[in-house]
Design a protein around this ligand. Structure first.
Ligand SMILES: [Fe+2]
Ligand SMILES: [Fe+2]
Length: 482
């Protein structure tokens, strides 16, 4: 069974707000309609005999199974299907939605007690209205008629589970519409994830149904498994939270390092870096990189020039042309950056080769390792292109920034010698909707900072003013010491 909503408070991936009186009225109406529908179903398939033990067991086990939730593909699912499928065979179809209403209410009560939340009537109503999911299998089973559970019924199981998901989704959206709430955004991947979980659990539910033919309470044998799933799920959730905290700490560390770099070097550490990050993420999306590579790309773009902290300030901020010897010192910054990140370790150690490779050329004529083609990390190739685009579209003292069109033409002229054609194409596509002004990022103070750009300029006054505020000892720091 899927859980798209926050009808039971602690469920994570919800969006619905059920606080308005209108929502409560709509939910009450949905429950009344459900009861009426059960009456109609009872006329079609009369309730000859009701197993009171199955009904009671269904409600209790339903409430317990509801508490076992796990996140799959960004959406929360519950283990309810393990308990609910045996109910399809133990309870008459016309009674199934009513048992689900009682189960939802019991689950809400139990959840409120576990989380020590005050009971709120509107939440109970919303929870009970979610029992509409039971209408799907109830309709299918009414049409098919009574049958004993067996593995031959697997196709029926799939149809009933699909009907369950459809009923739940449709009823939820109609309730949102009637309540004048925003419709739930249910991307295909979320619905697919929930359907996958329900369908995965359904066959085991069918096995339990065969076991529970004598007494529905035999289904309770699955409770230790649920407890185990709950434990694993809890540990996984904690690990996810921890990973988020760690990623946030890495990002914070990277930002801090950038602030330090910005204090030394207004162009590199400031808006230029932010612009490169923004463009690189756009390119990463075009290239359909997965989440972990996007994280490496973001950190790599943020820290690509961090090694300049080890380049002497007199070179970094030299107003005139650099000597050949000074150039050689500047060209050491990718290796310095790599060494600094390796010292930090963790995810930043994974970013180190990206930072080392951001001045390599696609034809192997770059530095520091003269790598060519796919030997250069893809993330580094992305940063190289974005870094160059940023440099070209930046105002210089001797010329205005190039337009996007001119910079793109220059990128194409230097491809494939300097740049990876696939990356250039991805940048061009990602820039199509970008406002030109938004990507004119910063004013460079030195030619060494750009890859394709080549001439000195001046930093914006505000950044220069910040630079002047630095203690003298920091401004005179020498790389050789690092
Ligand atoms: Fe660089
Ligand atoms: Fe840069």
């Amino acid at each position: 069974m899927s859980a798209f909503t926050d009808d039971l408070p602690p469920r994570p991936d919800t969006g619905r707000q059920v606080t308005s009186a209108r929502s409560a009225v709509v939910d009450a109406a949905a429950i009344a309609l459900l009861v009426a529908l059960c009456g109609v179903l009872a006329l079609v398939a009369p309730l000859h005999e009701i197993d009171v033990g199955a009904v009671a067991g269904g409600v209790v086990l339903y409430a317990i199974a509801w508490q076992v939730s796990f996140t799959v593909r960004g959406s929360t699912s519950t283990a309810l299907q393990l308990i609910f499928v045996p109910m399809w065979f133990a309870v008459p179809p016309a009674l199934l939605p009513l048992v689900a209403v009682a189960g939802q209410l019991a689950a809400w009560l139990l959840q409120s007690r576990i989380s020590r939340r005050p009971l709120r009537g509107f939440e109970g109503l919303a929870s009970a209205a979610d029992a509409w999911h039971a209408v799907g299998p109830a309709l299918v089973l009414t049409v098919v008629g009574p049958s004993a559970p067996s593995m031959a019924l697997l196709p029926l199981l799939v149809v009933a589970a699909a009907a369950q998901l459809a009923a739940y989704t449709l009823a939820g959206q109609l309730r949102a519409l009637a309540s004048k709430r925003e419709l739930d955004q249910l991307p295909a991947r979320v619905i697919g994830g929930n359907a996958a979980v329900d369908l995965t659990l359904a066959p085991l539910g069918l096995v339990l149904a065969t076991v529970a033919q004598q007494s529905y309470w035999a289904t309770a044998g699955v409770l230790p498994l649920l407890a185990l799933v709950a434990k694993f799920s809890g540990e996984r959730e904690r690990r996810i939270v921890h990973a988020h905290e760690l990623a946030s700490a890495y990002r914070g560390t990277a930002s801090l390092m950038c602030d330090v770099l910005e204090a030394d070097d207004a162009y590199t550490g400031g808006e230029h870096t932010e612009g490169v990050v923004e463009m690189a993420l756009g390119v990463g999306r075009e290239l359909e990189l997965d989440a972990s590579r996007m994280q490496l790309l973001e950190l790599g773009a943020l820290l690509h020039d961090i090694g300049k902290l080890r380049v002497p300030n007199e070179i970094i901020n030299k107003p005139g042309k650099l000597t050949a010897e000074e150039w050689e010192i500047v060209k050491e910054h990718p290796a310095h950056g790599e060494a600094m990140l390796l010292r930090v370790g963790g995810v930043l150690a994974e970013v180190a080769p990206i930072v080392r490779g951001h001045h390599e050329r696609f034809d192997g004529a770059g530095y520091p390792d003269c790598l060519a083609g796919s030997a250069i990390p893809l993330e580094a190739r992305v940063i190289t292109v974005c870094d160059s685009f940023s440099a070209m579209t930046t105002n210089r003292s001797y010329r205005q920034a190039m337009s996007h069109a001119e910079a793109i033409a220059e990128l194409h002229r230097c491809t494939p010698a300097q740049f990876d054609p696939r990356v250039v194409d991805a940048l061009v596509t990602s820039l199509e909707d970008a406002p030109e002004e938004g990507l004119r990022i910063a004013t460079p103070v030195h030619p060494a900072y750009g890859t394709a750009g080549s001439v000195a300029g001046t930093a914006p006054p505000s950044r220069r003013a910040r630079l002047r505020q630095l203690p003298e000892r920091r401004r005179n720091r020498n790389v050789a010491a690092a």
